[in-house]
Design a protein around this ligand. Structure first.
Ligand code: THU
Length: 176
């Protein structure tokens, strides 16, 4: 018991400070609460799950990207027998966008998953996809909105990719 008290007082004298990082996520009860363009983009992502090539995981992910000129780019996960050679839906879509529309800003990205049923599932982007999306957000210097399927019917909206990556490593880190 006395040991515990000592530990607490050590902590109180410590120069350590806690850095609290807050992110904000808009939570919608279902897709019909979204604005019409966001609803439409989520629907595009749902449709994109149906062209995923995911014979190994049976986890079909769809992504849809809305560009500033209203073009929509769809992507989905593409797996490979040599597993790491596959790629996620988000990177399929964003790298295609980078290749085909290098000078057109991205407004929003929607992501949703599905198994072999008609129920849509959450797929929070993996770390590599967060990093890839961040690169394009920094390149265009305007925020990219994320529309993510949540649990059940819920939908999460984040106003910037950087919200998904506190303490991000980006191109500024490489500047001398
Ligand atoms: N996957 C995506 O496409 N996006 C995500 O956000 C999470 C995971 C894919 C990778 C793999 O093909 C399958 O889902 C299972 O991990």
């Amino acid at each position: 018991m006395s040991q515990k008290v000592n530990k607490t007082s050590d902590l109180n004298n410590s120069p350590k400070k806690n850095l609290k990082i807050t992110i904000s996520i808009e939570v919608y009860n279902n897709a019909s609460e979204l604005s019409a363009p966001d609803q439409q983009l989520l629907q595009e992502a749902k449709e994109a799950t149906h062209s995923a090539y995911a014979p190994y995981s049976q986890f079909f992910v769809g992504s849809a990207i809305l560009l500033e000129d209203e073009t929509v780019v769809r992507g989905n996960n593409q797996e490979n027998a040599a597993y790491p050679s596959g790629i996620c839906a988000e990177r399929t879509a964003i790298y295609y966008t980078g290749a085909q529309y290098p000078n057109t800003a991205i407004k929003a990205i929607a992501v949703v998953a599905r198994r072999d049923t008609s129920e849509y599932l959450p797929a929070a982007p993996c770390g590599a996809c967060r990093q890839a999306m961040l690169e394009y957000e920094e390149k265009q210097a305007t925020p990219i909105k994320l529309i993510l399927q949540g649990e059940g019917e819920k939908v999460y909206v984040l106003n910037s990719v950087s919200d998904l990556l506190p303490l991000k490593f980006g191109k500024d880190n490489l500047e001398q």
